[in-house]
Write a protein that binds this ligand. Structure first.
Ligand SMILES: Nc1ncnc2c1ncn2[C@@H]1O[C@H](COP(=O)(O)OP(=O)(O)O)[C@@H](O)[C@H]1O
Ligand SMILES: O=C(O)C1=C[C@@H](OP(=O)(O)O)[C@@H](O)[C@H](O)C1
Ligand SMILES: [Mg+2]
Length: 162
């Protein structure tokens, strides 16, 4: 089994996953390939519900493979996904306080997050999801004030000797 990264928007899932090994997939990138447009455009043209259908379908496909997976922050909203994550043994929850994540989100010029347009709504989402992340995590890594390299080392050390 390989590592699956979960956590709220801005936690560093996409950044860290690509540093953890060679067989890495970013679920959002696979989704954009499948839908043929940026996620933000898909939300606007169709709906979040339609996005979740694609996200859940692709997640169930990739979790069967032995790839390092960077999920999207909302993967835990679906119960079937949570069940699959709970059955997995290397789920890493990248966590931090909301303000740290919000600063990263607003400073991120490369990714347009449709669910991060309103700080109050994003904070509500952050609070609603904590219990789901915590319930399926095999390792919880605080990411504030740590470099990507430090976070990668912390994750690799967890399973190095097992
Ligand atoms: N350890 C870190 N320290 C500082 N900035 C980071 C760190 N990890 C990621 N970032 C930055 O935070 C933003 C979100 O990172 P990203 O990997 O897209 O997060 P996620 O996939 O969890 O939404 C990006 O601008 C990225 O460069
Ligand atoms: O939290 C969410 O619901 C989402 C997070 C995004 O991924 P990142 O967490 O990698 O930004 C992306 O899947 C989409 O915008 C929805
Ligand atoms: Mg990401």
């Amino acid at each position: 089994m390989s590592i699956i990264l979960i956590g709220f928007m801005g936690a560093g899932k996409s950044t860290i996953a690509k540093r953890l090994g060679k067989e890495v997939v970013d679920l959002d990138q696979l989704i954009e390939l499948r839908i043929g447009m940026p996620i933000a455009d898909f939300f606007a043209e169709f709906s979040e519900l339609e996005f979740r259908k694609v996200e859940n379908e692709i997640f169930q496909e990739v979790i069967e493979k032995d790839w390092i997976i960077a999920t999207g922050g909302g993967i835990v909203e679906n119960e079937k996904n949570r069940t699959a994550l709970a059955a997995h043994s290397q789920v890493v929850y990248l966590t931090s306080d909301f303000d740290t994540l919000w600063q990263r989100i607003i400073n991120d010029d490369l990714t347009n997050r449709p669910l991060a347009q309103d700080k109050t709504k994003a904070k509500d989402l952050f609070e609603q999801r904590q219990k789901y992340y915590e319930a399926v995590a095999d390792l919880v890594v605080e990411v504030a004030q740590k470099s990507p390299e430090e976070i990668v080392a912390e994750i690799q050390n967890k399973w190095r000797n097992e």
